[in-house]
Design a protein. Structure first.
Length: 233
């Protein structure tokens, strides 16, 4: 539990005697977090939409983004093993959350999203990240291209991803400070982002069916990059 963001907890009365939940509530009380009991006749799921009522739910402050300068500091500390993930107009919150989860799993140095035409870190994104949004520093920038140029100044290479690229992520040299950029679900990378990339990568797939969900493609590329950088043991 990240007490800095959690304002209150709501617990289903049915589970107040559960040992594990009581341990969690004890931690919450120690952090001065308000605890509410849900009414026994409350509708199932948030907003009564029919989803199973959670045993315990956290109500948090709005998500806080980091300044991109913090990511730059992480990049400098990681040296040749620096890895940053950037997304170019990702719209689906579950795709964004899944990519953040993968970035956290490989201890990425930062994650960058653009304010325009890109999903922000919503409740759905946060839940889908399974806590990853609290692990990897996430910056929300006004202009992705300018952010990528900053990362170049900090020593990173920019690798855009495109299913039509000539190079693939299993044969190209990835043992370098790297920013992996993933495009939108429908259109992929924007032209400006492609122009800013030092090279483009693809995942080798069945040529008759090259399309992958963006979060799946991102996971494969991120883990291969982390492996080649020596991050995974």
């Amino acid at each position: 539990m990240r007490a800095g963001r959690v304002k209150s907890l709501t617990v289903n009365p049915k589970y107040v005697s559960d040992k594990k939940i009581n341990e969690l509530l004890s931690i919450a009380r120690g952090g001065n977090i308000v605890i509410h009991k849900a009414p026994p006749d409350s509708p199932r799921g948030r907003g009564g939409r029919g989803r199973r009522t959670a045993d315990i739910e956290a109500h948090c402050e709005p998500f806080e983004y980091v300044d991109i300068e913090l990511i730059g500091e992480n990049v400098r500390n990681s040296g040749d093993g620096a890895l940053v993930i950037a997304v170019d107009h990702i719209q689906d919150p579950r795709n964004l959350g899944a990519i953040i989860r993968t970035a956290a799993a490989v201890s990425a140095d930062g994650f960058i999203i653009e304010k325009k035409r890109c999903c922000e870190v919503t409740e759905t994104v946060y839940e889908t990240s399974c806590g990853g949004a609290d692990i990897v520093p996430i910056a929300r920038v006004a202009n992705l291209r300018q952010a990528l140029r900053k990362l170049k100044d900090w020593g990173c290479w920019i690798a855009g991803t495109d299913e039509r690229a000539k190079e693939n992520c299993y044969t190209h040299d990835l043992a370098m400070p790297l920013v992996l950029v993933f495009g939108s679900e429908g259109e992929g990378l924007s032209r400006l982002t492609k122009d800013e990339s030092d090279f483009l990568l693809r995942i080798p797939t069945n040529p008759d069916f090259p399309s992958l969900n963006i979060s799946v493609a991102a996971a494969a590329t991120i883990f291969e990059t982390a492996r080649r950088q020596g991050k995974l043991q």
